[in-house]
Design a protein around this ligand. Structure first.
Ligand SMILES: [Zn+2]
Length: 92
């Protein structure tokens, strides 16, 4: 969290025109829609690690870029993975 704040501060200092309301954002494409062959597997920790942060929390849609349908699938898969101890509930 602290890192994020610092980055934002640095950006503001470097770029005089910085305005968070009109920040240029590239439209994220849902990783599961983009690759039809990609199948979520709750036993595959490496795959699911992309959707959790370093604390083990599930990332929001704005971070994963997933569509509503697939974000639900991701959430379900991560929760199942936690249940069978493939992923941690918390870290540090
Ligand atoms: Zn999708």
């Amino acid at each position: 969290m602290a890192d994020k704040k610092n980055n934002r501060k640095n950006n503001r200092n470097n770029d005089e025109d910085y305005n968070p309301r009109f920040r240029k954002t590239r439209k994220k494409v849902c990783p599961l829609c983009a690759d039809k062959n990609l199948k979520l597997d709750y036993k595959n920790a490496e795959q699911l690690k992309k959707f959790i942060n370093d604390k083990g929390k599930i990332l929001p849609r704005r971070a994963t870029g997933a569509c509503a349908i697939h974000q639900r699938d991701i959430t379900l898969a991560v929760k199942r993975a936690r249940q069978i101890a493939v992923l941690p509930y918390t870290q540090e």
